[in-house]
Write a protein that binds this ligand. Structure first.
Ligand SMILES: Nc1ncnc2c1ncn2[C@@H]1O[C@H](COP(=O)(O)OP(=O)(O)OP(=O)(O)O)[C@@H](O)[C@H]1O
Ligand SMILES: [Mg+2]
Length: 97
């Protein structure tokens, strides 16, 4: 189960996530909906620890991802499949690279 507790994420002056709390239960299919720019991608990237939250907690089976060791995070990420909305894996590289 993934538990999200009062998750906030701010970029400079813009507070994108303003205190999200939700539980995602094991075995259930969950859907996150909202208008464009409302913060869905920021939320999912926060769950993956691509972004560190400004405050709040994200617990995977009771363990806070922001307090996990590098090894623990690697183990967790090995269980997560991700398809990014736009090019994300090699967006810093040119085609030639
Ligand atoms: N790295 C960043 N730095 C600064 N602001 C960001 C960053 N990433 C996202 N934002 C801002 O956060 C807000 C939410 O963006 P996000 O991409 O999460 O929206 P979304 O709900 O996924 O939209 P869409 O439905 O178009 O995919 C936007 O105002 C965006 O400009
Ligand atoms: Mg998005």
């Amino acid at each position: 189960m993934i538990e999200v507790k009062d998750l906030k994420k701010r970029f400079d002056e813009v507070e994108v996530l303003k205190g999200i709390s939700s539980n995602f239960e094991t075995g259930k299919v969950n859907l996150v909906i909202g208008q464009s720019g409302s913060g869905k991608t920021v939320f999912l990237k926060s769950l993956l620890n691509v972004y560190q939250p400004t405050s709040g907690e994200i617990l995977f089976d009771g363990k806070d991802i922001n307090k996990m060791s590098r090894d623990e995070k690697q183990q967790l990420r090995a269980e997560i499949g991700t398809v990014f909305q736009g090019s994300a894996l090699f967006d810093s590289m040119t085609v030639e690279e």
